[in-house]
Write a protein that binds this ligand. Sequence first.
Ligand code: GLY
Length: 403
Amino acid sequence: MRKFTIFLSLAALLAACTGNDEKRQEAGNTDLFSEAIKTAEAQIGYQVKVIEESGKILNARTIENGHVQYISRQDWTSGFFPGTMFYMYDLTKDPKWLDVGVKYTEDLDTIKHLKWHHDVGFMIDCSFGNALRVTNNDAYKEVIIEAANSLSTRFRPAAGVIQSWDEDRGWQAERGWMCPVIIDNMMNLELLFKATEFSGDSTYYNIAVSHANNTMKHHYRDDWSCYHVVDYDKEQGGVRSKQNAQGYAHESAWARGQAWGLYGFAVSYRYTGDERYLEMADNIYNFIFTHQNLPDDLVPYWDFNAPNIPNEPRDASAAAIAASALYELVKFGKEEYRQTADQIMASLASDSYKALVGTNGNFLLRHSVGSIPHDNEIDVPLNYADYYFLEALTRKMRQEGTL
Ligand code: GLY
């Protein structure tokens, strides 16, 4: 009996210690994230100040040779910087972010007519989609519907997919593709789902579902990694080839592509309730988070099969996209993913990735990769790494009741 009592007391002591450890860990993480918000306020605030002082509307994407690179409205990343303003507003409640968010977003209005690549989804939904969420200005619904019309012109009914890139434009023209579709295109579907919600026209929804179903069927390998590019026959339907563009090789797993797929299927599940999309997200999760080449801090190398791992650049953008997707999946009952998401966020908010104030071209996160095969944006900040990190942070804090 005495032995049993001593055992119980020891067990209680251990439990108390573990509980204390957990509390200390939680407190440490809270500090980490409030520091991240403070750093974001300083960094992105300074980015905005420089732009405002220029008297122009500029759109910051990355740094090159130590200088901030501003991009045109037509660039695929043009929605992220305006969209970031709304997450800064969510996180700080400071109306100054709302003012610039609306201003930079409305500057993109003409993009609703863009038809020469698929990224109009990213561009309009990350800007106007967030503007609508925060301001409830119904006029933004029209912009989303018009952009969905533009995106829908790229739907190829015989193949059942939205063509990502034009086959006869830029470096893509050298690849002999007929109807290239990249995994990133899963991210454009949210615009279509919203357009159906706002207009009552199911055409957009049906295009999105057809695209998601074909991506599920043709983009994924048996191990649930995905190809970057699938080229379809847009006249007869069917697949012509499965290839790579921004990853290491045709048969490798480009890190950001895996994250786009995870996020895209989570969104497709949100709008359709189709359990197959949730299963896809589970399968992609398992591929990413059980991969032997995933580092302990859960920020992947730019490609899971990059040849010189561990001496390869990381891609913080892929980690941020995945974290945001995982918080969305937590909402769908996948509570087991929260710990992974939290761990990614703790890594990104640590000094290993978060910039020191006054450095990094006034972006928040360091260590992302644009495209190594194109020798472009290697180990740099990227506006979409910041965007998805801040989106993930708002999702995390809302779920924890701290926002
Ligand atoms: N959507 C282009 C990229 O992820 O680099």
